[in-house]
Design a protein around this ligand. Structure first.
Ligand code: URA
Length: 432
């Protein structure tokens, strides 16, 4: 019989009583949880203790390293290109990875983008891309490397071998109300990104109603914590603190977000989506040592689009195929004339999810054509009867609950009223 190094109840009590856990204790805890010795209910108590009492930077670093050590790591050093990656903490209408990966790859760097599926009100990159007929999210390691070398950009499913402790812990946090804790979010995201082996990483850390962390101060602290974790692990890391009080762009869903991404790749698209794509691309390129390049030019002259098409084709997709169309739509119009002064991200995300764009349980399918198309943004003048947004779904019985979510989500005021966007889109950069 193996003698265990620690008693988990002692460690739970220690964190409950605001004590600091040692590296040995954290290593043991994560290992024992991954191999099933520490039970879910014990880990649930521990995550709640961490949620309530926090962790020091040193503990967060040890937790991240222990989660990396729970699985395999990837190594891109054999590639002929530098690697640079981006991670967003998630938001409503956040499709930026789709235009960003091919845009950055069009400058000759490799973008190994291991992505996830949506859970809750924030959408998943893979769910969006799967609305393209034929497109395949799962690649073998050989296919992944080959595509990075030839096309430069890969967006694919992260294998379960990377930081498996995080997979288990994240599923547990999701059902125990312990997602929104800085030490747990930071170690969860950074363990996967460091295990993935990128040499540079840009974090899009969101704050506001549609973000995990609503409060800008907390998001700033999360960004600083993650940048420090990346730097400690030898990954060139920076973060942009960005506003998620209002949905990003005009499309919230899956197929409609692909359509909007393609508009951006064609040099158009909503100005906020283009601006954030360009800012993150500049940051990713600069961490990879590429500065003074015309990032916007690559959107306007078709270079990024060429890489997008190559990326989709390499993964079995048809970039020219028609995207799925919804069976049912419902248009919501302005009840009065005036100025749209408010459009809150969270309820629009929840409504899109209720229409079928997202999933309630990991195993549920998503509807690729479900979602919301916005026809006006905060600050726009609207006239009575003008369409404000269109809801789409394959199951019309979903409309009522989606509309319920939207009841207090937007407001029409009058000229001169404050426009409630919660400030600029990009608030600051964090990093050296
Ligand atoms: N994304 C992750 O991967 N982990 C978290 O904890 C939150 C967002």
């Amino acid at each position: 019989m193996t003698i265990e190094a620690f008693d988990v109840v002692d460690l739970i009590r220690a964190k409950r009583d605001r004590n600091v856990l040692s590296m040995e204790q954290i290593n043991w805890l994560i290992d024992a949880y991954t191999r099933g010795y520490v039970a879910d209910e014990q880990m649930a108590a521990m995550t709640m203790a961490i949620f309530l009492n926090g962790m020091e930077r040193r503990e967060i670093r040890d937790l991240t390293l222990a989660m990396i050590a729970s699985g395999e790591t990837m190594d891109f050093s054999a590639l002929s290109k530098r690697t640079t990656d981006k991670h967003s903490t998630g938001g409503v209408g956040d499709k930026i990875t789709l235009p960003l990966a091919p845009l950055v790859a069009s400058f000759g760097v490799a973008v190994p983008q291991l992505s996830g599926r949506g859970l809750g009100h924030t959408g998943g990159t893979l769910d969006k891309l799967e609305s393209i007929p034929g497109w395949r999210a799962s690649l073998s390691n050989a296919e992944f490397f080959e595509q990075l070398e030839s096309v430069g950009a890969v967006i694919s499913a992260a294998g379960s071998g990377l930081a498996p402790a995080d997979g288990k812990l994240y599923a547990l946090r999701d059902i125990t109300g312990t997602v929104e804790a800085i030490p747990l979010i930071a170690s969860s995201i950074m363990s996967k990104k460091i295990a993935e082996g990128t040499s540079a990483l840009v974090l899009d850390v969101k704050f506001g109603s549609g973000a995990f962390l609503k409060d800008i101060e907390q998001s700033r602290e999360l960004a600083r914590t993650m940048v420090a974790l990346g730097e400690d692990a030898g990954v060139a890391t920076s973060a942009l603190l960005t506003n998620m009080n209002v949905p990003l762009g005009l499309a919230i869903g899956n197929a409609n977000e692909v359509r909007e991404s393609v508009e951006v790749l064609a040099g158009g698209g909503p100005s906020d989506v283009r601006a954030l794509t360009v800012a993150l691309a500049r940051e990713m390129l600069s961490l990879a040592g590429i500065v003074d390049v015309d990032v916007e030019g690559a959107l306007d002259d078709g270079r990024a689009m060429d890489t997008w098409r190559a990326m989709i084709i390499a993964q079995g997709g048809d970039p020219d195929a028609a995207l799925p169309a919804p069976r049912e739509t419902q248009v919501v119009t302005a009840g009065r004339s005036g100025v749209l002064v408010e459009q809150q991200a969270l309820p629009f995300g929840v409504a899109a999810w209720r229409l079928g764009a997202g999933r309630a349980r990991k195993q549920d399918p998503v509807q690729h054509a479900a979602g919301i198309d916005l026809h006006a943004k905060p600050g726009d003048i609207v006239t009575e009867g003008q369409p404000l947004f269109t809801l789409s779904t394959d199951e019309p019985e979903r409309f009522a609950r989606a509309l319920e979510a939207l009841e207090a989500a937007y407001r029409i005021g009058q000229a001169g009223d404050e426009i409630l966007t919660g400030g600029p889109l990009i608030v600051e950069r964090i990093g050296s």
